[in-house]
Design a binder for this molecule. Structure first.
Ligand SMILES: Nc1ncnc2c1ncn2[C@@H]1O[C@H](COP(=O)(O)OP(=O)(O)OP(=O)(O)O)[C@@H](O)[C@H]1O
Ligand SMILES: [Mg+2]
Length: 683
């Protein structure tokens, strides 16, 4: 029994130890351990619960603990206990329990049943723990998660919206791209293609096929140099084109390209590089047009223009040569005629007459020289000899020359400003210019009129450099259309028939005026007349005296200038006689047969003397005189004749105012005769 007692003591002690151990564990555990009976009523309350709640053990035993539970949670807790009792198993349940301070804490409790030998639940052992911190953390986490989710949802929605939008845009763009592709594909006037960065053809439109002859299948993947002629390929033109396009952003070019069939066309090419957002070269667009036709048209036009220009040039040269040839011919005729006569006189031993003939030839030489001068002046190759000039004096001095130039029917008037400033220019050129203007005026006044030479100081501001004098030559002639005024200064422009104008007069004056720092202007009204004005710069300082002009004594008598009608069919003689009379200071009207002569005589033109050959073709000299007599009863007539029978008939009555001059006659004989006849006439 001792053993039994010892054993039971040992057992008691062991139980006590266990209880001690249990309590220590419970005390140390954060959980509060409780014990309930089979119905779930508390039979043991954890020490800590009384401390935490401030309630007594008795107040908590049984269902007393229920007073701690948050009213909202109580039903759930009771329900959970019922469920646990039914299932013999207590799952964790969470609830709020009121602590001493009145604040609620979240608790979680679990329970495990204890069974008796028959397997019936006799006890529930449970543990409750404060899970407030965990719950708060959970809540925070949950809240955080919720916020996250919300955000994610919102963001997702946003993204979705963006994606939807982008998709729509992409769809639109795809549509546009597709349409554009179709459009490009259908363009047939332009070869449009894309090239890879290395120049390989990436795509090809209908236009390219039409222009170049290759189908897309044949050409895609080939290098675009295929279209260049071999020389251009050899010269590296295709590579250069790509390089230029990259460097300059664009390559524009015209040149020959080759079609599939080997034929060539003139292409206009625009090559442009395409880059992505990162400036990476994606390739090139290339637009080519076949402009062969346009180029041909342009070339034809250029050619036509060139031809026209050549034709105009030829016309000008033709006019020039025509005019100059005619003028030179006349002069050569005069010179040649004189030389011929000199030779004759020499052989005849009539040397005293030679001097006059030499003078005659010299005068023709002078004229030829002056013609050459005009050409030089036009070419502005003439050296000028500018001096301080009194233009009024110069005009007065040149008056006789001018008067000799114009017809007798033309009235010459002067309107010179006595206070005219001195100017600075080449006086000989100024004189030549005035004579040229007078000739133009004469040609414009075939039916008579008046020519006025006027001078004035130009109305320029005082103290300025542009003080000028103006010398104006005004006629009452036919005037000019605007187009003529515009072209009048052009060299070789003339409206006069060949032999009557070289078209150099005004261009020469223009050249002279500009060389003299002046200018020349034209004002003209068709049917009314023309004023040509030479503007020259003012010169401060006195004018140099004009060089004495070496005038022929016959010309000095120009005041007694007469109009002589010369009718002669032999050109050489006509020229000689004309020149002779001209030098005597007379105006000559020439006719080369009797009918022409009669026509002049029947006109209202002023004629002071008729000098005619007798042996004229058609109407003889005598017949012509008879025919005109009723119209001009007092006109003195000198009949020239070289035929013996005509001389024999000299005793036949010649009629009043008619004298005979037998050929050959000397020039001085002619001069003497003309002078005496005219003097008789006046006297
Ligand atoms: N006073 C004028 N009245 C009408 N037309 C004029 C006058 N002056 C010049 N013209 C026109 O201008 C053209 C050019 O004149 P310009 O003096 O240069 O040459 P031209 O008189 O024809 O020949 P050139 O003077 O060489 O003998 C003339 O042919 C004429 O048509
Ligand atoms: Mg002229």
């Amino acid at each position: 029994m001792m053993d039994e007692e010892a054993t039971s003591a040992q057992l008691r002690q062991a139980a006590l130890d266990l209880e001690e151990k249990y309590r220590a564990t419970v005390e140390l555990s954060p959980a509060m351990h409780w014990v309930a009976d089979a119905k779930g009523r508390l039979i043991d309350v954890p020490e800590r619960l009384t401390t935490l709640t401030g309630l007594d053990r008795d107040q908590l035993l049984g269902d007393g603990w229920q007073q701690l539970i948050h009213p909202d949670d109580l039903a759930g807790v009771i329900e959970a206990r019922e469920a646990a009792l039914r299932a013999d198993q207590g799952d964790g349940i969470e609830f709020r329990a009121r602590l001493k301070a009145g604040a609620y804490r979240w608790m979680r409790t679990r329970a495990q049943p204890r069974y008796d030998a028959e397997g019936r639940v006799v006890r529930w052992y449970g543990a409750a723990e404060d899970i407030t911190d965990r719950r708060e953390a959970d809540t925070a986490l949950r809240e955080m998660t919720a916020t996250f989710e919300e955000r994610i949802a919102a963001r997702t929605a946003e993204l979705e919206a963006v994606m939807r939008e982008r998709k729509a845009v992409q769809a639109g763009r795809a549509e546009l791209e597709q349409r554009f592709a179709i459009f490009i594909e259908e363009v047939s006037d332009y070869a449009i293609m894309m090239l890879e960065p290395d120049g390989l053809i990436a795509n090809w439109n209908t236009g390219a096929e039409r222009i170049k002859g290759y189908t897309a299948r044949e050409v895609i993947g080939k290098h675009f140099r295929t279209f260049y002629p071999p020389e251009a390929q050899a010269a590296g033109l295709p590579e250069w084109a790509l390089k230029t396009a990259i460097e300059r952003g664009r390559f524009v070019h015209e040149g020959w390209r080759v079609r599939k069939d080997g034929s060539c066309f003139w292409a206009s090419v625009v090559l442009q590089p395409i880059h992505d957002e990162n400036n990476q070269l994606l390739g090139f667009t290339k637009i080519t047009r076949d402009i062969t036709e346009r180029r041909e048209a342009q070339r034809a036009l250029d050619e036509a223009r060139e031809q026209l220009f050549q034709a105009q040039k030829l016309e000008a040269v033709g006019q020039l040569t025509g005019g100059i040839a005619h003028d030179f011919n006349n002069l050569l005729q005069a010179i040649g005629g004189a030389l011929y006569l000199i030779r004759r006189r020499h052989l005849q031993g009539r040397t005293e007459e030679v001097v006059q003939l030499v003078d005659h030839a010299l005068s023709a030489t002078d004229r030829a020289a002056s013609l050459t001068h005009r050409l030089l002046a036009f070419a502005r190759r003439q050296p000028l000899d500018p001096r301080a000039v009194d233009a009024n004096a110069l005009i007065r001095n040149a008056l006789q020359l001018i008067q000799g130039t114009i017809d007798a029917e033309i009235e010459l008037k002067l309107d010179l400003d006595p206070a005219l400033w001195t100017t600075f220019c080449d006086p000989h050129q100024l004189e030549a210019a005035l004579i040229n203007l007078a000739v133009n005026a004469r040609d414009a006044m075939r039916g008579g009129g008046s020519l006025t030479i006027s001078t004035r100081n130009s109305a320029a501001k005082a103290d300025s450099d542009d003080e000028q004098i103006a010398i104006a030559v005004t006629d009452t002639g036919i005037g000019m259309e605007q187009e003529t005024v515009e072209r009048a200064f052009e060299p070789f422009f003339t409206t006069k028939p060949i032999g009557h104008g070289t078209g150099l007069g005004l261009s020469m004056i223009h050249g002279f005026a500009h060389q003299s720092l002046g200018r020349v202007t034209l004002e003209s009204t068709p049917g009314k007349g023309t004023t040509a004005t030479i503007w020259l710069p003012r010169h401060l300082g006195p004018a140099e005296p004009l060089e004495p002009v070496d005038r022929d004594e016959d010309v000095d008598r120009a005041a007694e200038r007469k109009v002589v009608l010369v009718v002669e069919d032999e050109p050489l003689v006509r020229e000689l006689v004309t020149t002779m009379l001209d030098e005597m200071g007379h105006n000559v009207v020439a006719a080369d047969d009797g009918l022409q002569g009669l026509k002049v005589l029947r006109s209202s033109r002023r004629i002071d003397l008729l000098l005619s050959d007798i042996g004229l073709p058609g109407l003889t000299g005598r017949k012509m005189v008879e025919a005109m007599r009723p119209l001009r009863p007092d006109l003195p007539v000198i009949l020239m004749t070289g035929f013996a029978h005509e001389v024999e008939q000299a005793d036949k009555p010649l009629g009043a105012h008619v004298s005979l001059l037998p050929k050959p006659f000397t020039m001085s004989a002619l001069t003497d005769r003309v002078r005496s006849v005219l003097e008789d006439q006046e006297g």
